[in-house]
Design a protein around this ligand. Structure first.
Ligand SMILES: [Zn+2]
Length: 249
């Protein structure tokens, strides 16, 4: 069974950044999983929520609705502090991600690069940094051996990708983006569905116009990724398929 795991920072990243790839690979029969590190409670746009807990509940429900539209097999929202992922304990965060990788056993992981993926958000950068360490360490028997005592086995993920693009968003802090290695053409219909998935995040409605503009005018129907690491050494080359060269296990 082919499996894709997407590691994000906030509810709505799964749609805005990775939605096209999630849809496309679901349609190709790949089991898809999303792990979101925060419940997004630092958001300026809070919908009807009066408290932190109410916003967390709303955003978790919106995340679930978005995942349903994207055909995600299983989505999970962890409880790390929104807007403060750079103060999360790395040992704890990476252990949490390694545990999920060893349970899910995906061949491919999608996440953000240390640039913070297009918006340069610090949480994106941290989620991607934790995910990169987890990608490396999930396959090592000397990392978190206590998980093996619970019946889990080390798991080597074959490919790690960072979300990237061949343009900058205006009026942002400068970022240096990972090189584009992989262009995924998601087509018009999947693009519309990705926008619809984003719109499930109704607490974020004030962002809809700007996001639609950024997605539509800039990314359009192509999602871009950077192949950051592979379990078997190889030279870089341009790809159009995240599962290119993936061996069946
Ligand atoms: Zn985000």
């Amino acid at each position: 069974m082919r499996k894709l795991l997407c590691i994000t920072a906030h509810p709505d990243d799964e749609a805005g950044a990775f939605g096209g790839a999630l849809l496309l690979y679901h349609e190709r029969g790949v089991e898809t999983f999303v792990l979101c590190m925060t419940a997004g409670t630092a958001a300026r746009n809070r919908g009807t929520a009066r408290t932190h807990d109410e916003l967390a509940e709303l955003r978790r429900a919106e995340f679930a609705a978005s995942c349903r539209l994207l055909g995600v097999t299983r989505g999970e929202v962890l409880d790390y502090p929104d807007s403060k992922l750079d103060s999360a304990d790395p040992a704890h965060a990476v252990r949490d991600l390694v545990l999920r990788i060893r349970r899910i056993r995906p061949q491919v992981i999608l996440t953000f690069g240390p640039d913070g993926g297009l918006t340069g958000h610090i949480d994106h950068a941290m989620a991607g940094t934790f995910a990169t360490l987890a990608f490396e360490w999930a396959g090592r028997s000397d990392r978190y051996p206590e998980q093996m005592e619970q019946g889990l086995r080390p798991h080597r993920v074959q490919k790690l990708y960072y979300h990237t693009a061949d343009f900058h968003l205006p009026d942002r802090q400068p970022i240096s983006q990972p090189t584009v290695t992989t262009r995924i053409d998601i087509g018009e219909a999947r693009f519309e569905r990705k926008v619809e998935a984003f719109r499930q995040h109704t607490t974020q409605a004030p962002l809809f116009e700007r996001v639609r503009k950024n997605l539509g005018q800039r990314l359009g129907t192509v999602e871009m990724y950077h192949l950051a690491a592979t379990s078997s050494p190889r030279d870089a080359k341009a790809e159009t398929d995240l599962f290119e060269g993936v061996a069946d296990e």
